[in-house]
Ligand binder design. Sequence first.
Ligand code: NA7
Length: 456
Amino acid sequence: MFAGQPELERYYQRVADKHDLRKDIDFDTRVESMVFDEQTNRWTLQTTRGKLYRAKVVIAATGILSDPLFPTAPGLEKYEGEWYHTALWPHDKSVDFTGKRVAVIGTGATGVQVIPKVAETAAHLTVFQRTPNWAVPLRNRPLSDQDMAQIRAGYPEMFPKLRASFSGFLHSWDPVKSTDVTEAERDARYEQAWNSPGFAKWIGLYNDIAYNAEANRIYCDFLASKIRERVDDPATAEKLIPKDHLFGTKRVPCETNYYETYNRDNVELVSLRDNPIKEFTAKGVLTAEGELEFDMIVLATGFDAFTGALNKIDIRGLDGQTLRDKWKDGPHTYLGIQVAGFPNLFVMGGPHGKGGHGNGPRCSEQVVEWMAELVKEIFERQLDRVEADPEAEREWTEQVVAAAAGTLQATAKSIFFGDNVEGKPRVYVAYLGALPEFVKRLYDIREGGYRGFIIS
Ligand code: NA7
């Protein structure tokens, strides 16, 4: 039901072949800097391969989750064993955990998938947990030919439904509140969701879970009871139950046999709150309780999300202003698509927009369609510049940030506020609105002559 990496890669390869895309792609190329020339209205891009590119328009489709985050403890360079970051996994070699003493740091969406796999063959696995998560069962399974036939037959209804849903998923929040039903009904619904695949257990439930702390807490109690049922050792179960954030205020990880993994003799959970890593050593890590030795360390520590990838590039717009400097206190954008002072630069899947959020491909495609039309116009009408009006940018940024204030999401530390990264200012970087409204806004703006954009 949920495709694994090899199947996804096969799909991308097929799309690249079908549309003959490889001739237009320079692979293994990192953009280091981008400078706007005000005389010619062209961007100059410098890459790690030394090649210079000149472009009238740049679309930075650099992604929300693409700048890997490393542990804050110093000394990783001293560590002499094998180590891997889950976002930089070496696909050209097979990583073997067999018989090894392995550490995994991080228990987010990736950590909860990696941990059960490593535990199967490692001699010993130590999991370092900074924050426990409300992880829920993925319920993945192979699809039969009959399942696929049924899915294909449903395409005519499925695609409009995806475009019309809040975040591009088939699930939608139920307008019924959890307080409007009996306790027995509610429990049965939670049980049914628990046994269903994917985000049915999140965005397919009563909508008050998203905004009412009390309704959310009741659901948390249900989820905590499931963790207690699945983990044999009560002390370990308690460590795995989040105590300081509500369900869905951080991204909800989906897992397979994650909690049962802690019942294995070769698996140990270390809470970094009780026992922080002071530094990496040649043999492993030094914690408050002493040195622990490992043959391999897996960093599942996530990403500097939303702004990390763009901030890695030295981007210089009008008057030599850098994007990093402009965003030092948090991102400023118009629709998450443009930044005032950076003409002809379009962002796809950055902060404060809907492209790339939620069901990534589904949300992106609608924003891409709109953006591609605008880019086409730049060339057809031989425009010099399209850039965000500073006033429109100010209004949009204020609106996005204000919409998140006072919500349940604002009660947790998360990638949505950037405070998973040490030293990053806590500012809302995601976008809380619904996909159909966002897309409608884009088309209204176009009909209004691209309101909020300065076109010359
Ligand atoms: P996530 O979900 O951001 O998880 C990263 C995990 O690593 C999370 O448990 C973090 O704890 C932990 N972390 C981050 N920095 C540290 C340090 N310095 N020390 C210890 N632990 C740390 O990233 P994933 O790769 O798992 O998932 C990314 C996306 O993939 C996810 O959002 C989905 O869209 C799919 P924290 O909770 O911040 O305390």
